[in-house]
Design a protein around this ligand. Structure first.
Ligand SMILES: O=C(O)C(=O)C[C@]1(C(=O)O)C=C[C@@H](O)C=C1
Length: 358
């Protein structure tokens, strides 16, 4: 292509970008008015069900017009626009299970974008506390990983605090081996988080690294920080963690399972309206008598409710169940069941169901 041809195309792109910027600013002026209305009425700023409806509509228009974007691309563009919009309505602050560069931080940034303020908190309970005392509006914590199962601290805190799950985020978890060493055989120590070592066992064996000293630390970001400082070491960490500490990446995607995923919850102090594609999470403590769990599950089945997850868990010596099902707590069939079991059930929240599932 001639240099002139390229210049011409770039001019066209510049003109489109100028128009896009103008349109986005026009949108933000309207968003500002929405914010003012909500400030008067006390309405929730974050409305995941409305955001989902917009993305569904755009995806439909896009496919009718044979657009070049896929759903993920539309989501990536518009979730950032919504996150900026929400900050224009009211600046958002978010506590996440840290440190900076952790997978939870990635989950938080994916949903709240570049204009929000983030604080890193070192424990799950700490995140709940920040939201509960209204120091932040939202908290982001992990709930389960496809290889390592449920995060018990999160269940315990969901049981203890009266906060609501307002969204779920599912991230594909990829690990890297990052090091300043040029050769694998120069690595004498590897830093990582205990569960990340577990998720990369096969890789370590295949590379002859299973005999190398493995040092568990609190987070994969900390592992990257240590490996960047100490010669003859490596870290198993996220891509962002390695980048954050300028640590060269030797191998990407070193996890054993190719569908290693972590599910996160966003917690806050309000409840979502129905979106038509919701999921609800509950904690259930049933009376101690024979057949009670079968009865409970049969009632759900008879009401046409699809249970998607049931996990048992011990809180303060009591056995409880963490259950997910399709539907919103205000759907007619769900409402009736929840009323019947009101003494046994704690509703943790109804929220838009993610397409990416564990
Ligand atoms: O429709 C609203 O309630 C808005 O606040 C506007 C808007 C948007 O940017 O379209 C922003 C935030 C909400 O989460 C949903 C949508």
């Amino acid at each position: 292509m001639s240099e002139e041809g390229l210049l011409d195309l770039r001019n066209k792109l510049d003109n489109i970008d100028n128009k896009l910027l103008e349109l986005i600013n026009e949108r933000m002026h309207i968003v500002h008015q929405v914010g003012a209305l909500k400030a008067k009425s006390g309405g929730a700023i974050y409305r995941p069900e409305r955001e989902k409806a917009i993305i569904d509509r755009l995806e439909k228009i896009n496919s009718e017009n044979n657009g070049l974007l896929n759903r993920s691309a539309i989501e990536a563009l518009f979730l950032e626009i919504f996150a900026i919009s929400r900050n224009i309505e009211l600046p958002e602050n978010i506590a996440y299970l840290g440190p900076e560069g952790s997978f939870t931080h990635q989950a938080a940034e994916g949903r709240f974008g570049a204009m929000s303020s983030y604080i890193s908190v070192s424990s799950i309970k700490g995140v709940f506390r920040e939201v509960n005392t209204k120091k932040v509006k939202f908290g982001v914590i992990p709930i389960e990983n496809s290889s390592n199962g449920i995060v018990t601290d999160t269940i315990t805190c969901l049981s203890e605090y009266n906060l609501k799950i307002i969204a779920e985020v599912v991230l594909d978890i990829h690990h890297t081996l990052a090091t300043t060493c040029d050769k694998i055989k120069d690595i004498k120590r590897i830093y990582s988080k205990d569960i990340a070592f577990d998720q990369c066992r096969k890789f370590l064996t295949n590379m002859g690294l299973d005999e190398v000293e493995q040092i568990p630390v609190e987070s994969t970001t900390k592992a990257a920080k240590l490996a960047a400082r100490e010669p003859e070491t490596a870290a198993i960490c996220a891509h962002v963690g390695a980048k954050l500490h300028n640590l060269p990446i030797l191998f990407e995607n070193i996890e054993d399972k190719d569908n290693n995923k972590t599910r996160f919850f966003i917690i806050s102090d309000f409840e979502n309206a129905q979106s038509g594609n919701d999921k609800t999470s509950i904690l259930v403590k049933l009376p101690d008598r024979q057949g009670v769990l079968v009865e409970f599950l049969t009632d759900f089945n008879n009401a046409g409710i699809n249970l998607t997850k049931i996990k048992s868990h011990i809180v303060e010596g009591n056995s409880i169940f963490f259950i997910d099902f399709d539907g919103h707590k205000d759907d007619e069939n769900v409402k009736n069941i929840l009323l019947k079991y009101k003494n046994s059930v704690k509703v943790l929240g109804s929220y838009v169901k993610e397409i990416n599932d564990i």
